[in-house]
Write a protein that binds this ligand. Structure first.
Ligand SMILES: NC(=O)c1ccc[n+]([C@@H]2O[C@H](COP(=O)([O-])OP(=O)(O)OC[C@H]3O[C@@H](n4cnc5c(N)ncnc54)[C@H](O)[C@@H]3O)[C@@H](O)[C@H]2O)c1
Length: 340
């Protein structure tokens, strides 16, 4: 099988590629990524030498290049991880969210139709459902109620994908909505877990975890990969699948766990007077639960996550301890090479 993975230089996409190359010795993966910032290269450091991994630097909004790539490699399925994942803070960011996440998805769908690609999987997020302030879980039938522009753009893309499956020429489409991913090769300045681990390792000031009101469901990135593998091969046409993992934790709880593993004192959290103070916040304020999805529909296809949060985080912390310094150096070298 020949897969085109868009956004495969990102954290989640690159781990999916690693998983698939390892699991399917006869698959070729075309990684189509714009490399929106140079540090994305770091995710590919071990993949560049792999003979079944082909890299094309391109924009998913570039219809001609997308079509040419699909045709040239004889692509059977497209898995769309490419997205603008930073929250919008300026008008320029907002435009980028709409361009990449919405328009780019439509360009890919049109190209798949024109080039008769058989399957399309859209990588989406549980954030499209908004948040819960009481018990229960979002299901695939829950209403879409995004609370930020990133989540709105992802929700819009989901609808485009589902419409393409219904109306256009027999393209088999699926949407997979996942919880917050964590794991190895996570180099994202704006992401909580990698920032916390690296700041703690280097004794820098830690990300703020005082807001104890938000709890996220956390999913190991390799469990995400196995879920997408299943959706790609066994997903029913036109269906949405939630990838929840029942691993809800508040950021402050995650911080305590990680700082404990790194043997760093919890009192280093900025502006936090004590662990008791944070617990008090938890007790007195309502909790907003984000990405809390029921994964039963996916479980019915046979999906079982391999990682408990405790196991996954121990492995992730160990991975950063062993690899982060080397990564930093590699990134500096690559940045200089690109500037020359
Ligand atoms: N990280 C998470 O916890 C999480 C959770 C749920 C869903 N997702 C989804 O998974 C996907 C990947 O997320 P990630 O965390 O790996 O993000 P990321 O920012 O690390 O990766 C996104 C990749 O897309 C590429 N890209 C951006 N614009 C592009 C364009 N116009 N053309 C081609 N490539 C482009 C970037 O260069 C980058 O390599 C996204 O669709 C995101 O919405 C992520």
């Amino acid at each position: 099988m020949r897969l085109m993975v868009t956004g495969g230089a990102g954290f989640v996409g690159s781990n999916f590629i690693r998983y698939m190359l390892d699991r399917y010795p006869d698959y070729t993966i075309v990684n189509y990524d714009q490399l929106t910032c140079v540090d994305k290269l770091i995710h590919l450091s071990d993949l560049f030498s792999h003979d079944r991994h082909k890299f094309v630097q391109g924009d998913i909004c570039d219809s001609a290049l997308v079509c040419e790539t699909i045709k040239w490699f004889g692509i059977d399925a497209v898995i769309n991880f490419a997205a603008e994942t930073n929250a919008a803070s300026t008008a320029e960011d907002t435009e980028l969210l709409a361009r990449t996440n919405v328009f780019g998805t439509q360009v890919l769908l049109d190209a798949c139709r024109m080039q008769q690609v058989k399957r399309f999987v859209q990588i989406s997020t549980g954030e499209v459902y908004g948040s819960l302030d009481g018990p229960g879980y979002f299901t695939e039938a829950s209403k879409l109620a995004p609370t930020n522009l990133y989540a709105s753009s992802k929700a819009e893309a989901d609808l485009l994908v589902l419409a393409a499956g219904d109306i256009t020429h027999g393209l088999h489409v699926n949407v997979a909505r996942s919880a917050c991913c964590y794991g190895p090769f996570h180099y994202q300045e704006h992401s909580f877990i990698p920032r916390l681990i690296t700041s703690a390792i280097y004794n820098e000031s830690l990300p703020d975890t005082r807001d104890g009101r938000h709890a996220h469901d956390w999913l190991h990135v390799m469990d995400h990969a196995s879920a997408i593998d299943l959706v790609l091969h066994d997903g029913k046409a036109g269906e949405v699948y939630n990838i929840g993992s029942y691993n809800e934790r508040r950021q402050s709880d995650v911080a305590e766990l990680i700082l404990g593993l790194l043997e760093k004192p919890a009192v280093r959290l900025p502006n936090k007077t004590s662990v008791e103070a944070t617990q008090q916040i938890h007790q007195t304020q309502q909790t907003y639960r984000i990405n809390t999805m029921d994964p039963s529909k996916l479980a019915a296809l046979g999906w079982r996550p391999k990682y408990t949060f405790e196991l996954g985080i121990v492995e992730t912390v160990a991975w950063f301890e062993h690899n982060h310094a080397q990564w930093q150096q590699l990134m500096e070298v690559r940045s200089k090479e690109l500037k020359v």
